[in-house]
Design a protein around this ligand. Structure first.
Ligand code: SF4
Length: 346
């Protein structure tokens, strides 16, 4: 059984924005770890205000917490003043919901949004008391996973991460949770390597310890050689085929301090019809898949009712290209709920 980290409130009052570290926000989910089969720490390697604005982790957090057998919690990078307190006082990195040390979770999942955050990942592992190198982590340590756009260029992090997830994770995350729970219930056959072998057989999963990278004389990456029998020679990204019905959170966490994107979020579509050759996101999130304006309006009303927000971001790669935009923002669509929603059209 894990013991929560108890931060001295006097020390906490001396760091900038203590609300970054206390949790307790509206719609955050607190579960008893003894009552679930799997615990997951979703880590964003940046400060609270940036991390809380990220839609991908909002989706996965709510998706897993819908399951009664899983507890998903948030962990963000502390600001340097808080890191100094943690290191000087011996506080390990902890989750916002239950203040559980990160090293006590079953799985620690990082999102890789930009390469500049990679050093923060190593710092967070170090603060958590988790060995940086995957080869140095025993079976008593959490599974360290990573996904997001930078997972497509995973090689700089392959020494540190147990498994990368390529593509959109709503469906594969459920498979992942089921796989880890079954592995635990069966007595962890084969240890962590046994689990990684199972994961390597599932779509979108790249287990770097089962491959060797090839480089040419200039040091440019040439390809991967399979070193573990049975590991796939190629790994394909996961793509959600039915974006209209895929899970989308309608109870967003409402922060107690201002964050970068402090408003409700609607995802209009995935992919981008422009196809600019220089654009990583435009390539990664192909093909274009739109949600209907009826479904989006229904989601918007639920999100606003559950959060109290009166402002909505229409979020996609190029939202002005949404083919049903005039229908979605038509004031008549919202008239019946105008008072309740307190919406203004500007
Ligand atoms: S997201 Fe922007 S830059 Fe990227 S393909 Fe679309 S229009 Fe081009």
């Amino acid at each position: 059984m894990s013991h929560p980290v108890e931060i001295d409130p006097i020390l906490l009052s001396k760091v900038s924005k203590p609300a970054r570290y206390v949790g307790g926000e509206w719609n955050s989910v607190v579960k008893d770890h003894d009552a679930v089969k799997l615990t997951v720490a979703y880590c964003f390697p940046d400060v609270y205000e940036v991390a809380m604005s990220h839609l991908g982790l909002r989706i996965l957090y709510a998706l897993l917490n819908e399951r009664p057998d899983v507890a998903a919690e948030r962990v963000y990078a502390p600001w340097p003043d808080m890191e100094e307190v943690m290191r000087s006082q011996g506080y390990p990195l902890f989750s916002l919901e239950t203040k559980t040390p990160v090293r006590d979770f079953d799985m620690v999942g990082f999102t890789l949004q930009y390469e500049m955050s990679f050093t923060n990942i190593l710092n967070m592992l170090d603060l958590a008391g988790i060995p940086l190198f995957a080869k140095d982590r025993g079976d008593d340590m959490p599974l360290v996973a990573a996904g997001g756009p930078c997972a497509y260029n995973a090689e700089p992090l392959t020494d540190y991460i147990d498994v990368f997830f390529l593509g959109e994770s709503e469906e594969s995350t459920q498979v992942l949770a089921d796989t880890i729970i079954a592995w635990k219930e069966q007595g962890k056959p084969g240890g962590k390597k046994g689990l990684l072998k199972q994961l390597s057989q599932q779509p979108g999963n790249y287990v770097p310890s089962f491959y060797e990278a090839q480089y040419d004389a200039k040091g440019d990456f040439q390809g991967l050689t399979v070193t573990e029998p049975g590991a796939p020679a190629e790994i394909e990204k996961c793509v959600v085929s039915d974006v209209e019905h895929v899970f989308f959170p309608t109870k967003p966490i409402v922060p107690n301090i201002d964050i970068v994107h402090n408003r409700a979020v609607l995802e209009l579509f995935r992919g981008c019809s422009r196809g600019c050759r220089f654009c990583q996101a435009g390539m990664l999130y192909r093909p274009v898949r739109e949600k209907s304006p009826e479904h989006l309006a229904d989601l918007a009303k639920q999100i606003i009712a559950n959060s109290g927000y009166n402002e909505i971001s229409l979020m996609s790669l190029s939202s002005a290209d949404y083919s049903c935009l005039p229908e979605l923002v038509d004031p008549q669509r919202w008239q019946a709920d105008a008072d309740f929603l307190a919406l203004e059209f500007v």
